[in-house]
Ligand binder design. Structure first.
Ligand SMILES: [Zn+2]
Length: 377
């Protein structure tokens, strides 16, 4: 069996569900141990660093014989939950696919990047520095990537998230916002005393729907499409017979590269101000809970150009250069000045109950990454 696929099977067989998504879940400790073993077998210098208690990042370094440029490959070791899956940690190969939780998102990419280092090490690494980073918590808050960039730098990075072997130079960001409408609690039989916070939230929801339509009518970003928003979670009321004094809504706004948090919070504040001006009894507040920026690298930058050439040489195809809609750790790397692209294997079903990666794509991705390391460093 190809060593990349053997490694992929080993990684899929280890439960590494993110414990902040699913309370009590296994976390990344066991998969980090397997990753560090694989890196040590290659001859890399390996460091485990706890990015959160009991949840280590693994960073492996391969030094060339001579000085040169550095290149980082980065992937996350956590996965989303496994509810509804029959055998999430049993890697089954069928019809050229490997099934299991994390097969595509993104143990396929992690196996490919580690096995690329093996190929480089076996052939003798002439010059430069290869850094392989397996980070925790991308599926929740990217604590792993945040910790990584406090110590590690490289002249360029490839994040091996699944892209169907396309090169992505851009992705969207997101902002989570909480809105609260305030009412007045009263006995349900006394309308003169009560003020209904839930009904007032209805006005906010209608305005948000209008805002979402307006966002999606704007001319799209060439690589990632339009911004959008949706209501994610809503909560309010105490019992059937009372006027609710408060209602809270948590919403997600997907942002375009370059869109600032202030623009997004301003949109919601504008809605609340308009509703307040129209009805003096309306009272609503909002706050930004968490946000991550979008990302964009010029497609003519040396990194995507070099990866295009490397992929063409290694796997005989000229990869599509585009954008991905989902947020990734590339934005964290770029945030400290590391030019980054996404490049990873194809498959389907990420975050769903049937997830697979295309087995041959894992090897193709590995071969293209090894070729890039030779050319870049
Ligand atoms: Zn992912």
């Amino acid at each position: 069996m190809d060593p990349a696929i053997q490694l992929l099977r080993d990684l899929v067989a280890i439960d590494s569900v993110n414990p902040l998504l699913v309370p009590g879940a296994a976390g990344e400790a066991a998969v980090a141990a397997a990753v560090s073993d694989a890196m040590r077998r290659i001859g890399m210098d390996v460091e485990l660093e706890e990015a959160a208690p009991g949840r280590p990042n693994v960073v492996g370094v391969l030094e060339g014989r001579a000085a040169g440029r550095s290149l980082m490959f980065c992937g996350h070791t956590d996965t989303v939950g496994v509810e509804g899956m029959t055998a999430p940690f049993d890697p089954v190969q069928r019809d050229g696919r490997l099934y299991g939780r994390g097969a595509q998102d993104m143990k396929g990419g992690v196996a490919a990047m580690i096995d690329a280092a093996r190929i480089i090490a076996d052939a003798g690494f002439a010059r430069g520095r290869l850094v392989i980073a397996a980070v925790i918590d991308e599926e929740y808050a990217s604590a792993g990537a945040d910790a990584l960039v406090t110590r590690w730098r490289a002249d360029a990075a490839v994040v091996t998230e699944p892209t169907d072997l396309a090169i992505a130079v851009a992705h969207k960001g997101f902002a989570w916002i909480e809105v609260e409408t305030h009412g007045r609690a009263a006995h349900g039989s006394r309308p003169a005393e009560g003020r209904d916070a839930i009904v007032r939230m209805g006005r906010v929801l209608l305005a948000l729907e209008e805002l979402d339509r307006a966002l999606q009518r704007r001319s799209p970003h060439a690589l990632v499409g339009t911004a959008s928003l949706h209501a994610s979670l809503i909560d309010g009321g105490r019992e059937l017979s009372s006027y609710p004094d408060r209602c809270t809504l948590k919403l997600e706004r997907r942002t375009l590269p370059g869109e600032r948090d202030a623009v997004v919070t301003g949109e919601v504040e504008g809605i609340l101000a308009r509703l307040g001006a129209a009805d003096r009894e309306f009272e609503g507040t909002s706050r930004l809970l968490f946000a991550r920026p979008g990302y964009e690298l010029d497609a003519t930058h040396e990194l995507p150009v070099a990866l295009t050439a490397a992929a063409t040489r290694a796997i005989g195809r000229d990869p599509h250069v585009g954008g991905m809609t989902f947020w990734t750790d590339a934005a964290v790397l770029a945030g400290v000045g590391i030019p980054s692209v996404l490049f990873g294997p194809g498959g389907a079903g990420l975050h769903s109950t049937e997830e697979y990666v295309i087995v041959e794509d894992v090897c193709r991705c590995r071969d293209a990454l090894a070729e890039l390391a030779r050319a870049w460093c």
